[in-house]
Write a protein that binds this ligand. Structure first.
Ligand SMILES: [Zn+2]
Length: 68
């Protein structure tokens, strides 16, 4: 699997990204609305934003939940 940001091989710790930096780039895109947010699921949005904040605070990756 390659990093979707820069196409380098992904690092297990940051997958699917190669680095924390690329994960942050992706998060920035997400927060800027490049990703579709389900408009009929405001709780899901809250959860996503909270997860995003947690990521920004440099929490360990294993603390974030897998999105279904
Ligand atoms: Zn990358």
């Amino acid at each position: 699997m390659n990093c979707p940001i820069c196409k380098k091989p992904a690092a297990p710790k940051y997958r699917p990204f190669c680095s924390r930096r690329c994960a942050d780039v992706d998060l920035g895109r997400w927060l800027n609305g490049s990703y579709a947010i389900p408009a009929d699921d405001p709780e899901g949005l809250d959860e996503a934003l909270e997860k995003a904040r947690t990521t920004l605070e440099d929490e360990p990756p294993q603390k974030s939940r897998q999105q279904d």
